[in-house]
Design a protein around this ligand. Structure first.
Ligand SMILES: Cc1cc2nc3c(=O)[nH]c(=O)nc-3n(C[C@H](O)[C@H](O)[C@H](O)COP(=O)(O)O)c2cc1C
Length: 216
């Protein structure tokens, strides 16, 4: 059994999305102690911003006319897509930055969509169990002043569940800036409750993806 884990935080220490993803991963490991884990960290190892246009232009260029850069970009597209195709289960940890996804994460998604294997009518990822972990500093739930300002989570759901047809579960972690930003001090109890709920959900979803693929 193989798990693919993607982290998109721009930090490698103290990341809430990574901590919650660790819980999901641990549950998967408990069910598959001999399982293999393939990881990619977009914060510490970003995809070059030039790779996607090179890869897309390469697909419109006859193979014998492609530049070395285009060939390399297409190889990276294939490598990133292989990481998903080879996995039995997937974890994506995606923070909210400036009300959307970081360019690192967008680049990763764009690269995979550029792979010709992903355009097949029956998507090659259809039904594969996956967990999306999101983290955001504020809170954007129903009735809050900024309800609807998180444009990352709905977009990631669209890509992972609707475009790639993964069997998706989502853990949303809010108010991660409570304790960091003094303006949010009044929300300490709420933030602690939200964290606890996210950890519980992470355990449940981790176990669910491990068991769902084991049953497949
Ligand atoms: C550059 C930057 C932009 C951010 N933009 C937002 C934002 O628009 N909305 C929000 O709620 N939090 C925002 N945050 C806070 C992060 O979402 C929060 O710290 C989250 O926990 C980051 O994920 P991580 O803990 O996995 O690193 C931002 C943080 C940074 C560093």
């Amino acid at each position: 059994m193989q798990l693919f884990r993607l982290d998109a935080s721009i930090r490698t220490e103290g990341s809430h999305s990574s901590q919650i993803a660790d819980i999901v991963q641990q549950e998967w490991c408990d069910v598959h102690p001999d399982g293999r884990i393939v990881t990619r960290h977009l914060g510490s190892d970003p995809i070059p911003a030039t790779a996607w246009p090179l890869a897309v232009n390469a697909t419109y260029t006859p193979p014998e006319q492609r530049t070395n850069e285009q060939v390399e970009a297409l190889a990276l597209v294939a490598k990133l897509t292989d990481e998903l195709l080879d996995a039995d289960a997937v974890i994506v940890a995606a923070p909210l930055y400036n009300f959307g996804v970081s360019q690192h994460l967008k680049a990763w998604v764009d690269m995979i969509i550029a792979d010709p294997r992903m355009s097949a009518e029956v998507g090659p990822l259809e039904g594969k169990p996956a967990v999306l972990v999101t983290a955001r500093g504020g809170a954007y739930g129903p009735g809050t002043p900024r309800e609807g300002w998180d444009h990352a989570t709905p977009w990631m759901r669209r890509i992972l569940a609707d475009v790639w047809k993964l069997d998706l579960r989502v853990v949303e972690t809010e108010f991660t800036l409570v304790g960091v930003n003094p303006a949010l001090d009044e929300f300490q109890d709420l933030a602690a409750d939200m964290r606890k709920a996210a950890e519980t959900e992470a355990r449940e979803h981790g176990r669910a993806i491990a068991l769902s693929e084991a049953a497949a």
